[in-house]
Design a binder for this molecule. Sequence first.
Ligand code: NAD
Length: 370
Amino acid sequence: MPEYDEIGPEMVVNIYHPDLNVHGFVVIDNTGLGPGKGGIRMTPFVTLEEVEKLARAMTWKTALAELPFGGAKSGIVCNPKTIEPEQKDAIVRAFAKALKGIAPEKYIAGPDMYMAEHEMGIIAEVLGPEACTGKPKKMGGLPHELGSTGFGIFHAAKVGAEHIDMDINGATIAIEGFGNVGTFAAKFLTEHGAKIIAVSDSKGCASSPSGLDYEKLIEIKKKTGSVTNYGGCSVMPGKDIIFADVDILIPAAIPNLIVASDVNNIKAKLIVEGSNIPMELHVERLLDKKGVHVVPDFVANAGGVISSYVEYRGGTEQEMFKLVENTIKKNTNMVLDHAEDIRKTPRKAALEIAKKRVLEKCEVCRKIYE
Ligand code: NAD
């Protein structure tokens, strides 16, 4: 059962397709600021509880980024690695058909784990171009493959580093996950002088104290399917990346990556959350007590939804990069400053600001809240 409060969730939809034997969920958390915006995730382990938390994170993320969207999220329970591409397309098509009447009126879909430009193209074919963002360029889209989220992560990391007197040029980095977010974060960080010491994907973690070359990582991942085949470096279990001896750790794959018992062994001074919910709130609090600065997910990884907004408005690639840079810089600074002022964690500070914005604009929730 979802946990309801003054914000939502407004709508929880279960979708089951007997022929394809696949089920999924759509959670529309809050539409006070506009239609619920949120990606579709396809993983074998996605649960309704996870999708609810992600939908709420989207409510805060769109509010903080001052976008005319609410918060939502979808999950399809399926292992995309064990099915043929045609089967995946059929599942995405069936899921899109089940969204008729909901999208784009109350929900605008987008990419997330194992759902990208191609899948958004299928959704747009079924429901029309307004039903999703992250579509192929030929359909009027600004695909997430342009790297908007990773670009925002780079700016959040730069601002976060400045707050602790660290220069991004020369900073050492570990990145968990080498998909859309991880690869582009790596690209923009290395272009600005940061050194990648460790990278992981679902097969494990590759690490070298002398650094890993970005171009070679991309080539190896493309050719062999995993960064662990980099060669001439240590290969460890994927989870070990969180203990890497680096300045900045960037989680960019799975939820709940870091748990309370990991905190003592974390060496990074700054964690920039590229993935959504890479740790529970109490773990962030423990890290904060330890003196590790955490830029929360909905502050740092808003680049994708900002890009979605520019696409929705019919804007260009250049406009997108400018808006991502300006918004992420402004918000990371604002949240870190506010956290210092109120002596709370950056997440608490960010939530305070985002919640105020939702309640100011959402008449229904304000009435309940008052
Ligand atoms: P993606 O599918 O492009 O890449 C996922 C990566 O994670 C792959 O490299 C995969 O190998 C790796 N991975 C899977 N299991 C792993 C494990 N156990 N350990 C290490 N790596 C593992 O996904 P993405 O779009 O990069 O999304 C990653 C995270 O960022 C998700 O939490 C997503 O919600 C979040 N996010 C994405 C965007 C976006 O624009 N794509 C925006 C905001 C937040």
